[in-house]
Write a protein that binds this ligand. Sequence first.
Ligand SMILES: N[C@@H](CCC(=O)N[C@@H](CS)C(=O)NCC(=O)O)C(=O)O
Length: 230
Amino acid sequence: MSVSRLLLHRAPGSPPVRAVMMLSDMLNLPMEYNDVKFLQLEQKSPQFKKLNPMGTVPVLQDGDFTISESHAIMKYLLSKYGGDKRELLYPSDVRTRALVDQCMFFNAGVFFSAFMSIGRATFTGGIFTPSPQHIQDMESSYSVLDAYLQNRPYVATDRLTLADLAVGSTAFTAQVLVKTDADKFPRCTDWMSRLHEEEVFKNVMVPGVAYFSKVINKLWEHNKSKLEKK
Ligand SMILES: N[C@@H](CCC(=O)N[C@@H](CS)C(=O)NCC(=O)O)C(=O)O
C-alpha cells in the first residue's frame, strides 16, 4: 500500500497525541510532525479550526484527508496501514473488539475528561495542586481500570491493543497530576509497569511525560506564588 504524505499536528505534552505517535511508531509510518504553538493557543486560531473545529490536537492529514480525535485517528491509521498488526491491535472478534471500544470510549469520555479538568484548572483557573474533587475523579477512573484488569493482563484483552495505547497514554501522563496508589490500585500499577517495558512507551511516552511534568510543575509554582502575593 503506498502512503500519501502523513502529517500529524501535535503538542508534546498531550496524551492523545502520544497515543497516535506510539501507534505510528509501531506501524513504522513515515509520519511528519507540525508542532502547534499550544501554550499560545494556536489550536484555537481560525486557521487551525479549519482543520479541526474542536480546536484540539491531535489532527492527522493524510494527503487531502483530514481527521481529528485520537481514537478515530488510530482506528483510521490501523485500518489503512496496519498490515499484520491490524488483527493484533484491534481484533476482529466481535466481543474482543467491543471490549477494546469500551476502553477507548471510557478513555475519551471519562478518564481523559478527569485528566483535562485538572489541566484546565491549572492553565486557566490558577490552581497549584489538584483539589480533593479532582483526586476523587482520578481515583474513580483508576478503580475502573483496576476492575477492567481483574481477569486480564491488558485493559481490554490478554494482549496489548489500541486500548492500551490510548488509556495507557492518559494513565502515564496522569501520574504527574495524581499518582496511582499501588495499595489501592495494584492491578493498574502492575499494568503500567508492564507497559513501561514496551519499546514505544520508552521511546514516546517517557520523554512526553517528562515534558508535561516540567510544564505543569512550572505552572503550579507560578500559580502558587501569585496566590501568596495576594
Ligand atoms: N478526545 C480528544 C481530546 C483532544 C484534546 O482535548 N486535546 C487537548 C490536548 S491534550 C487539546 O488540544 N486541548 C486544547 C484546548 O482545550 O485548548 C482526542 O482524543 O483527540
